[in-house]
Design a protein around this ligand. Structure first.
Ligand SMILES: [Zn+2]
Length: 296
């Protein structure tokens, strides 16, 4: 269905910065999601296809000796690449229903379908719905940290695949995926935007187009860590904008905003507000993890 929408609107022809990911083949896979597994697969498939069988299996074993598969969070030995060990898996707190239909925050007790939390009623978010794979603690915090600062860009592949599952209700309603941008100065110092890496995997897995440059961070904001809820909102006031050149990518479209973590929702609200001002029809948010304060 996404194909038809994109095709009939002439959407892909309008701007080359849109990445029509469904046709992306392995050789064009962005370097950000290249993995040891894909490298060894490619070695096997490109150099050894005629000699498959015991020889190929032997080479696979040799590669596994050089690069033994290890847990993506704690690096303990695992049976397969790009996986979590049983201990780290056990420390993932996945978010499942029942949860608030707007904020995606889990309820302690199941009171029935379609419920909205008191927090979402008292202070409605700018975005329509937020969903996340898991709570931001334990293993999830480690994975987010490694992806952001640890030069483990290959983690985006595993984390993005989990996001495909967590976003299964949002993706059929999305016309375009937009990652939360970094300010160009921060991008320059860090060289890598983890939200773009995750958005690439989600786009590729769902065949929803990716518009990595549709939203721009026009204000360099202070780090949000340590700020109160009100200070976070102030800090982000006017931080994002859909520049006129990017408007055709957003106007009239249902946008799925992608980021690594949703904390108070201040960033999500500021980015969603900018997208709605830029003409977006609706904005949903999909993140890998989200902060959940107990007692909700
Ligand atoms: Zn582990």
């Amino acid at each position: 269905m996404q194909h038809d929408r994109a095709g009939t609107s002439g959407f892909r022809e309008q701007d080359e910065s849109l990445v029509p990911d469904p046709d992306l083949d392995a050789d064009r896979l962005p370097i950000a999601v290249e993995t040891k597994q894909t490298i060894s697969d490619r070695l096997l498939s490109h150099t050894l296809r005629p000699a498959a069988g015991w020889f190929g299996a032997g080479l696979r074993a040799a590669i596994d000796i050089v690069y033994p598969p290890s847990c993506i969070a704690c690096q303990a030995a695992t049976g397969e690449a790009q996986a979590l060990c049983p201990t780290c898996w056990g420390e993932m707190r996945f978010i499942e229903r029942p949860y608030c239909e707007r904020l995606g925050t889990p309820f302690a007790v199941d009171l029935g379908e379609g419920l909205v939390s008191p927090a979402a009623i008292a202070d409605p978010p700018v975005f329509a719905r937020a969903r996340a794979v898991c709570r931001f603690d334990g293993t999830a915090r480690e994975l987010v940290h490694r992806l952001k600062y640890g030069d483990r860009t290959d983690l985006a592949l595993t984390m993005g695949r989990m996001m495909l599952q967590a976003g299964r209700e949002l993706l059929p309603d999305a016309d375009v995926i937009v990652p939360v941008p970094l300010h160009r100065f921060r991008l320059w110092t860090r060289r890598f935007n983890q939200a773009v890496a995750l958005a690439q995997v989600v786009s590729r897995g769902s065949a929803v187009a990716l518009a990595p440059l549709a939203l721009t961070r026009v204000k360099r904001t202070r780090q949000q860590v340590g700020l109160t809820r009100a200070q976070r909102a102030d800090n982000l006031q006017g931080a994002f904008r859909v520049l006129p050149a990017a408007r055709p990518q957003i106007e009239g479209r249902r946008v799925l905003l992608v980021d690594d973590v949703l904390t108070t929702g201040a960033t999500g609200n500021a980015a969603a507000r900018a997208l709605l001002r830029g003409g977006a029809r609706t904005v949903d948010i999909l993140t890998f993890a989200r902060v959940v304060s107990d007692g909700i």
